[in-house]
Design a protein around this ligand. Structure first.
Ligand code: NDP
Length: 335
């Protein structure tokens, strides 16, 4: 439960775990609602943005203090009044950060087609972050074989998939991450051409020049701020920046870090923001392609699983400190 609107860096004190009565596990006759058991919950960076009270409405409603947090999850249907779902079905989509949730709009959920793969993957590589990587790379970045690609937060849920899709496309790929352990994963597990620990680089723009002497064609931006600022002068003429997210800004009162925007003009860059939920129509095509990549071992995937709802607040906060190694998931129940 969110305790209060958050104005500074998210802390454990901003959330609380409470015990209360579960909804009846059977939906009343005539209702099209559904009761689900939450198996895996996703921790996503945008949740922090929903904890701030917005004067001008954002693209998604703010959380309300006193109410249960919501995000994507993997669920088992306990009972359903909706004709498209029945008890026992496995689905993914928006749910509550709780053990059981009453879903009033079951049509917003998606049936899981590849239960032979780990179900938790539907919070990540086969769910929203995977689709984000897919549309952000193919639709927004418009890659070509041989492009030089840089990815920030590269070992995270989105970054690890973008890098591997870029390698499959025949690009040269370098990622940055915040620890040597993550850098090692990028180089060994995710087959990036190179990777570096940005926390060890006193001058990011100099580091980027070292890794991309010829310049960057595509920057997949997950962090914004000083990283984006260092990338801009290192972009090639006509380069593309996929503005996926700016996690370095989410806990700040006042945005900071970007002074080099003029390079967008002088280097004739295209920087485009996108929100994955505008691309839901691509989900089926994406799910089938990604399931094949995973089964054939062409895409590797790492997740960081926290056990139980009690561990959820710490897991969420860890996204903003870089504690997570791979996609952060909370396992609520495994059956
Ligand atoms: P990750 O799994 O990558 O976890 C977040 C990571 O961000 C941390 O592990 C940390 O990695 C890095 N980080 C945290 N704080 C900072 C900071 N101040 N400066 C630099 N890096 C930082 O998260 P996701 O893959 O789920 O999300 C990545 C980005 O994609 C986010 O910005 C998110 O908002 C965005 N997103 C956008 C979507 C869209 O529709 N546009 C949909 C989904 C995600 P490290 O240790 O390497 O620093």
């Amino acid at each position: 439960i969110l305790k209060r609107y958050v104005t500074e860096f998210l802390s454990e004190d901003d959330m609380k775990v409470v015990t209360m009565e579960a909804p009846p596990l059977t939906v009343p006759a005539g209702s099209v609602a559904m009761v689900v058991k939450n198996l895996y919950l996703s921790c996503d960076p945008y949740m922090r943005n929903r904890m701030t009270r917005h004067e001008v409405p954002s693209y998604i409603p703010d959380f309300v203090p006193g109410e249960v947090l919501t995000d994507n999850g993997v669920m088992k249907v306990m009972s359903s009044g909706h004709p498209d779902f029945k008890a026992g079905d496995l689905v993914w989509g928006m749910t509550g950060w709780e053990e059981y949730t009453l879903i009033n709009n079951p049509e917003s959920l998606t049936k899981i087609n590849h239960a032979e793969l780990p179900l938790s993957y539907y919070t990540g590589v086969l769910g929203m972050p995977g689709l984000t990587a897919y549309v952000g790379f193919f639709e927004i970045s418009k890659p070509k074989k041989g492009d030089y690609v840089f990815i920030s937060a590269a070992s995270g849920a989105v970054g690890q998939i973008v890098g591997q899709l870029a390698k499959i496309t025949g690009c040269y790929v370098v990622g940055s991450a915040g620890s040597d352990e993550k850098v090692n994963l990028l180089q060994t597990k995710f087959s990036f051409d190179d990777a570096f620990n940005y926390k060890k680089e006193p001058y990011l723009n100099v580091a980027l020049k070292r890794y991309f002497p010829q310049g960057i064609d595509i920057y997949f931006d997950n962090v914004g701020g000083v990283t984006l600022d260092a990338v801009l002068p290192n972009m090639r003429l006509g380069g593309r920046i996929a503005a996926c997210g700016m996690i370095s800004q989410y806990n700040l009162d006042c945005p900071d870090g970007v002074r080099n925007l003029l390079y967008i003009v002088t280097k004739r860059l295209r920087m485009e923001g996108f929100l994955t939920f505008d691309y839901c129509s691509m989900y089926s095509q994406f799910e089938e392609e990604m399931a094949v990549y995973l089964k054939e071992g062409k895409i590797a995937y790492i997740e960081d699983v926290a056990e139980g709802l009690d561990a959820a607040p710490t897991a969420l906060i860890g996204l903003y400190t870089g504690r997570n190694v791979g996609k952060q998931v909370v396992a609520v129940s495994r059956d």
